[in-house]
Design a protein around this ligand. Structure first.
Ligand code: IPE
Ligand code: IPE
Ligand code: MG
Length: 228
């Protein structure tokens, strides 16, 4: 595979944690833990392959309407994993950036996010974007309202820069694990010309090898961007 065929930015809709647990007769939280355990290894693998940006969709705006017990379990996992993972990311030279509406998250989780971002800010090997409390429509709406406040027409580039992913190139490849064939309010604006890859593999089972398969599939795609 040539340098040219390696995507710069890969984004993953991490779906299937609940079904992974169900298959094993475990509570859903065990699936979320297994998914969480996969994240750092996957990031390392991706950056080893020369990819510069990895976005992981961990929690959507709509997921925040799940039962309280499930959300509390997820926040408990964030509390447990965030400080540890932030230290690991710093050691590995990976910069963490969290996108999504922080006002929807518990205050102490927001503090951990901020601490993790500050700790890893110097990382130059790659950027891990974690989408938590994220919605594509909400991202666009937030930028629209900002544009209205500024009172000036915006360009395509100017608008992209106002989104939560400002400064990050659009994803070349969007992967969804867990069998569903939909985008579920992920990076709507940013994925206009992304290559899409769907796999039945549930996120906790999405191994380095599975990621390689997706990257290989990407290398075989012909991207035309509407041209001949
Ligand atoms: C994805 O796993 C992670 C989150 C949305 C929090 P799910 O929790 O949606 O897992 P399934 O789809 O029920 O298997
Ligand atoms: C999509 O998964 C969101 C994340 C993986 C964070 P969902 O499980 O929420 O998607 P739907 O409800 O099946 O569309
Ligand atoms: Mg799901």
């Amino acid at each position: 595979m040539g340098e040219r065929d390696v995507p710069r930015h890969v984004a993953v809709i991490m779906d299937g944690n609940g079904r992974w647990a169900k298959k094993r007769l475990l509570p859903r939280g065990a699936g979320h833990r297994a998914g969480m355990n996969r994240m750092i290894g996957l990031a390392e693998h991706v950056f080893d392959r020369g990819i510069r940006y990895l976005t992981l969709f961990a929690l959507s705006t709509e997921n925040l309407s799940r039962p309280r017990e499930e959300l509390e379990g997820l926040y408990a996992l964030f509390r447990e994993y965030f400080p540890r993972n932030a230290r690991t990311l710093r050691e590995k030279g990976i910069c963490l950036r969290v996108i999504g509406d922080r006002s929807l998250l518990p205050g102490d989780v927001v503090s951990l996010i901020e601490a993790g971002e500050a700790l890893t800010a110097q990382g130059e090997r790659g950027m891990l974007l974690l989408a938590i409390g994220y919605g594509g429509r909400q991202d666009i709406l937030h930028a629209v309202n900002e544009a209205v406040r500024r009172g000036k027409e915006v360009t395509l580039e100017g608008f992209s820069a106002m989104l939560s992913t400002g400064g990050v190139p659009d994803p070349d490849l969007v992967i969804r694990t867990g069998r569903e064939l939909r985008i579920s309010n992920f990076l709507l604006w940013q994925s206009a010309y992304s290559e899409l890859y769907f796999t039945d593999v549930l996120f906790p089972d999405f191994s380095d090898r599975e990621m390689d398969k997706a990257i290989e599939a990407y290398a075989c795609r012909e991207r035309r961007f509407g041209k001949l």
